[in-house]
Design a protein around this ligand. Structure first.
Ligand SMILES: [Zn+2]
Length: 347
């Protein structure tokens, strides 16, 4: 499925350069001979113990609503599926190879690409220069797609209905392509803070030797949630979406990740990957906890997300607080340190 011939990649490069002219100017216009066969990074499965999340704390399930594009009601995260000792089943997968600064657009031939409604924009690849780990972290600054609420995409690739209720409602099969996001108490839009967070995280990941795929590298990217996810599936080793929750609370409830609800664990590609998603999420929360970040409840909340439903690499939506949270650079730097530690703990 992910084997790319040089011909295919050549076509993709041309497509990329043609469709992302502005970004493409950032990189030399190089002939297609630059393209390489898909990088195959097959390594022995490194099984890592995943730190258990604390389970006894009570969550704010009554007051909270994760500000997801397909916002759905939380359901009790009764299954602590990520609490095992040896269930990190991460395996390196084949992925396309890109140069530093190269634009990464949605290849129409990629699995689920045809489910995307907004995909004229590009992600951007950044390569670490030292201590290279040959791991690409997809960093997805949540929201920031103009017109994202005017079109809808299928919640699940197979067209099945959402398994959790909420704004979109259990039984709905479509959700807005990208929601607008919430606003902090000081009026700052969530999309501005997620971008700043992504930029700070990018620099720290690069310094640690990880390559970074910036899914949104500016104030706006014309990539919907399906396109963002499919790009990460094919050009990154994991996908971390950054958000702050729009819950209406009057206090900062802390960080948590969106875990996979039981109702979609039998649906592909979720069935094959949900343990990776939850293991990555749990590791990020432990990294944040280690850096003193406030953690909400047991650190996770199960919600049926478009991102999760289409992901074939370890993929998680992490909510780094809410409208009451401090979003100064100092705080974001600390959160980024925690996330980097979480990434290091996962891989
Ligand atoms: Zn959000």
């Amino acid at each position: 499925m992910k084997r790319f011939t040089a011909i295919l990649l050549t076509g993709m490069m041309i497509f990329t350069l043609a469709s992302c002219g502005k970004k493409a100017q950032d990189t030399p216009t190089e002939p297609a001979t630059e393209t390489q066969a898909a990088e195959k990074v097959e390594m022995p499965t490194e099984t890592e113990a995943v730190t258990e999340v604390v389970t006894e704390a009570v969550k704010d399930t009554q007051q909270t609503e994760a500000q997801q594009e397909e916002q759905t009601a939380e359901q009790p995260d009764e299954e602590q599926n990520n609490s095992g000792d040896n269930n990190s089943s991460y395996q390196y997968v084949e992925r396309a190879s890109y140069e530093n600064g190269e634009s990464v657009s949605l290849n129409p031939s990629w699995q689920y690409a045809d489910h995307s409604a907004i995909n004229s924009g590009c992600a951007v690849m950044y390569k670490a220069t030292a201590n290279r780990k040959n791991i690409v972290v997809g960093v997805n600054a949540g929201h920031g797609t103009s017109g994202g609420t005017s079109v809808k995409t299928l919640c699940h690739p197979d067209g099945s209905a959402k398994t959790t209720g909420g704004t979109t409602g259990a039984g709905a099969t479509k959700a807005v392509a990208v929601s607008g996001g919430m606003s902090f108490n000081d009026g700052t839009p969530e999309s501005s803070v997620t971008l700043r967070m992504a930029q700070i995280l990018k620099d720290k990941l690069l310094a640690a030797g990880y390559d970074v795929l910036m899914v949104r590298d500016g104030s706006d990217v014309q990539l919907d949630n399906v396109a963002r996810t499919v790009i990460c599936n094919n050009a990154a080793d994991c996908h971390i979406a950054l958000h702050w929750d729009g819950d209406g609370l009057s206090y900062d409830k802390g960080c948590f990740y969106i875990s996979v609800p039981g109702g979609i664990k039998g649906m592909e590609p979720v069935a094959s990957h949900w343990q990776q998603h939850d293991a990555l999420g749990a590791s990020l929360i432990e990294g944040l906890r280690a850096h003193g970040a406030k953690i909400n409840g047991n650190g996770s909340m199960a919600i049926d997300l478009t991102q999760t439903s289409y992901s074939t690499v370890p993929s998680v939506d992490v909510e780094l607080g809410n409208a009451c949270s401090d979003h100064s650079d100092a705080t974001l730097e600390n959160l980024a340190d925690g996330l980097v530690q979480g990434v290091e703990g996962y891989f």
